[in-house]
Design a protein around this ligand. Structure first.
Ligand code: ADP
Ligand code: MG
Length: 318
């Protein structure tokens, strides 16, 4: 199987909306909706760095798309098109078949068409997906919009994905089947906040997706806004599955510092609270106010209002 047959067999699908020229030419030609501007994101995933080799290839395909959709959503955008640059050690058909299945499941779930890519041979598996989305210019969500007095919110239960990754890596960790399934799925198949982010965009002042850890990513948002903040440890969302497997204390640490959740963290004026709760309820997504934006330039962790020590730089490659 040469690379052209590989592309045809595993990656060519009927073109999506707005695709004037798709796979097969030197480049894709895309037609954005009138009045929208484009959001462009890319995320590379490397086997052994971003996922353990034991992760099923269908999940690798899903994650490669979902993590990018999460970035587009955190900008207030709607994903439309993507390209895929894939590096493989061998053209393993079973692997490719499963990878493509997971990739297209996510493509369908988030209405994002594959319009091009590249295939190369290399030492290890690397999947790099680039997504282009659209946003109305006055609905763009940035990290830099936070202001003192606003609430800090997060969706879902961060930490569950990091817990799931621990379970994948360490088979000796004791966990019931239901907890194991829930936590591993949060890592393997993150269902990112694509629709919720669009509904929150008119209400939020600043947003970031939580990929490197809640405390670190909230800190990045506040730094971009030139603000400080307080996160109250007793207000954090709690995951019964995480607490049962890891214990309360380790669970809280995973919630603050675990990565790979792809939840949405945002700030909003306090008079938006009711509207925010309505949006969360309508989308069936848990939403928790975990703290508030303050003056200064430090994000601190508090317990019942008093500062407690916490250090976490977030995930760093180098
Ligand atoms: P070029 O040599 O011009 O870069 P290629 O021969 O690498 O083009 O690719 C041929 C066509 O197949 C291009 O349209 C490219 O976008 C598409 N393509 C290549 N790899 C992939 C892939 N993994 N998924 C989807 N489309 C791909
Ligand atoms: Mg070319």
């Amino acid at each position: 199987m040469d690379e052209f047959e590989l592309i045809r067999r595993f990656f060519v699908r009927p073109p999506g909306d707005g695709v004037l020229i798709g796979i097969g030419d030197d480049g894709a030609v895309l037609s954005p909706s009138p009045g929208r501007v484009l959001v462009s994101v890319v995320d590379t995933m490397v086997e052994g760095v971003h996922w353990p080799a034991s992760l099923p290839p269908a999940d690798v395909g899903w994650r490669a798309v979902a993590v990018n959709v999460s970035d587009v959503a955190a900008m207030g955008g709607r994903p439309r098109w993507m390209t895929l640059a894939l590096t493989l050690a061998t053209a393993d058909e079973a692997w490719l078949d499963a990878f493509a299945r997971g990739l297209f499941e996510a493509a369908d779930r988030y209405a994002t068409a594959l319009v091009g890519g590249d295939v190369t041979r290399g030492r290890e598996i690397v999947a790099s997906v680039q997504v282009t989305g659209e946003v109305e210019p006055d609905r763009i969500l940035r990290r830099s919009g936070a202001a003192a007095g606003q609430g800090i919110y997060v969706t879902g239960a961060p930490g569950e994905a990091a817990g799931g990754l621990e379970l994948l890596r360490d088979a000796t960790l004791g966990a019931g089947d239901a907890e194991r399934a829930r936590l591993v799925a949060r890592f393997a198949r993150p269902d990112v906040r694509a629709e919720l982010a669009l509904a929150i965009a008119p209400l939020a002042a600043a947003a970031i997706d939580v990929s490197d850890g809640l405390f670190a990513d909230a800190g990045k948002l506040l730094a971009a806004s030139g603000c400080g903040g307080r996160i109250e440890v007793t207000a954090l969302p709690r995951s019964p599955a995480l607490e049962r497997v890891f214990g309360t204390e380790a669970a809280a640490r995973l919630t603050l510092a675990g990565g790979d959740d792809y939840e949405l963290c945002f700030t909003a004026d306090r008079d938006r609270e009711t509207a925010i709760r309505d949006v969360a309820a309508r989308h069936g997504v848990a939403m928790t106010r975990i703290g508030e934006v303050t003056g200064g330039d430090r994000l601190v962790l508090t317990r019942e209002g008093s500062e407690i020590a916490f250090q976490d730089p977030g995930y760093r490659h180098f």
